[in-house]
Design a protein around this ligand. Structure first.
Ligand SMILES: NC(=O)c1ccc[n+]([C@@H]2O[C@H](COP(=O)([O-])OP(=O)(O)OC[C@H]3O[C@@H](n4cnc5c(N)ncnc54)[C@H](O)[C@@H]3O)[C@@H](O)[C@H]2O)c1
Length: 356
């Protein structure tokens, strides 16, 4: 089966009004003007049309407000556009929310994926340049101790939260479609993303907006949990690379080679704010407060990315320091984007989650 030519394809993307999907689309729509991009998004609390303002009027971009669980709508999109590439970003993506209520996670992340697989299987029989990319996560592998080697693609799936269990379930479904039907799918498993346009419910964006507002920055437990961080544009670049050069049926781990304890990440952000505000070193750190730990909180995630370096010639290009400064700078210049998000739903969630 030949690899699709991204410069003349019809690419169905899901959930691209969210953080990572919008970063991917902002780049790809401009880079491939001869290809068509169709984005279906339900616009949950995490979906934001402002993330795609810069491309919304482009001739090769089409937005469809819809749920990937809506059988009729999904079927009609496949019939009308006949996409040869699908990239499935759509998901409920926040672990804490999955602990409060797992149902929508299982519905969107598992049954939504099934809906896309079934529709693609139906129309793809006569296509020879087709590809389905599932955007999965490092969290499907479970948790590491501080001394364990990083996860590689052969590690067992041992998810610990309802979110990671739903993502692992979708990965297994995709594997089954490949084994059973020869379905042309690939899985990307990536570590924690950060960057512009991230909803202010996640660790780095929450810390940044809290600091701008001089409000407490909640940190779970002792803050010693370790995550690997990747700048979102590097992830977008990885997905493009996978569409063009990945092997069908394969799983690929991506990461930023930047393992950090949560507390160190927050303190680094605080120190940048001290510099921005020309205030005494340590001043911003006074806003850090430790809150009750997340139940079942994974201790450490880390990614071995030697396979993608070798097979895809892919490397993360943004260091954590550079990416973090760029991100803070973006939030500083784009208050208009994030201030409206702090009202209503997020305010209630924040109260419920952190008791602040
Ligand atoms: N954020 C990370 O650090 C990270 C890391 C690795 C993998 N991932 C994966 O990457 C993908 C994107 O993550 P993100 O951080 O951009 O998420 P996000 O929460 O910012 O965006 C999710 C998007 O999906 C849409 N959506 C939700 N349910 C839908 C449905 N039923 N039908 C159509 N659209 C729906 C939302 O409206 C939103 O626009 C997810 O699959 C996530 O599991 C995220």
């Amino acid at each position: 089966m030949k690899s699709p030519d991204m410069s003349k394809s019809t690419i169905l993307v899901t959930g691209c009004c969210g953080f990572i999907g919008s970063a991917f689309l902002r780049r790809m729509v401009a880079q491939y003007p001869q290809s068509q991009f169709i984005n279906i998004d339900k616009l949950t609390y995490a979906g934001n049309l402002n993330n795609l303002k810069s491309i919304e009027a482009k001739k090769n971009y089409h937005f469809i407000h819809g749920d990937i669980l809506d059988r009729d709508k999904v079927e009609s999109i496949f019939q009308e556009y006949k996409p040869n590439i699908i990239v499935n970003f759509a998901a409920e993506s926040h672990v804490d929310r999955s602990i409060l209520d797992p149902t929508s996670f299982l519905e969107t992340n598992v049954l939504g994926t099934l809906m896309l697989l079934e529709n693609a299987k139906k129309i793809w029989q006569s296509f020879d340049d087709k590809r389905f990319i599932q955007i999965s996560t490092d969290e499907v592998y479970g948790s590491l101790s501080e001394t364990d080697p990083p996860f590689n693609e052969r590690n067992n799936l041992q998810p610990n939260s309802p979110y990671s269990a739903s993502k692992a379930s979708a990965d297994l479904l995709i594997r089954a479609y490949y084994e059973t039907y020869g379905f042309p799918a690939l899985i990307s498993r990536c570590s924690n993303n950060y960057g512009p346009y991230q909803h202010p419910e996640k660790l780095i964006s929450l810390a940044i907006v809290s600091l701008f507002l001089k409000k407490p920055i909640p940190v779970y437990g002792d803050g010693r949990q370790i995550r690997d961080w990747i700048y979102v544009d590097d992830h977008a670049d990885a997905i493009e690379c996978l569409i063009q050069n990945g092997e069908i049926g394969e799983v690929y781990n991506f990461g930023g080679e930047s393992e950090k304890r949560n507390i160190d990440v927050i303190q680094s952000i605080c120190d940048i704010f001290d510099r921005i505000r020309a205030q005494k070193e340590g001043e911003s750190r006074k806003l850090i407060i430790f809150v009750k730990d997340r139940p079942g909180h994974d201790k450490r995630y880390a990614m071995d990315i030697s396979y993608v370096k070798e097979e895809l010639n892919w490397n993360p290009s943004t260091s954590f320091e550079v990416g973090l400064n760029k991100t803070i700078d973006w939030y500083q210049k784009n208050e208009m984007w994030w201030v409206p998000l702090l009202q209503g739903e997020l305010k209630d969630y924040y109260k419920k989650q952190y008791h602040l």
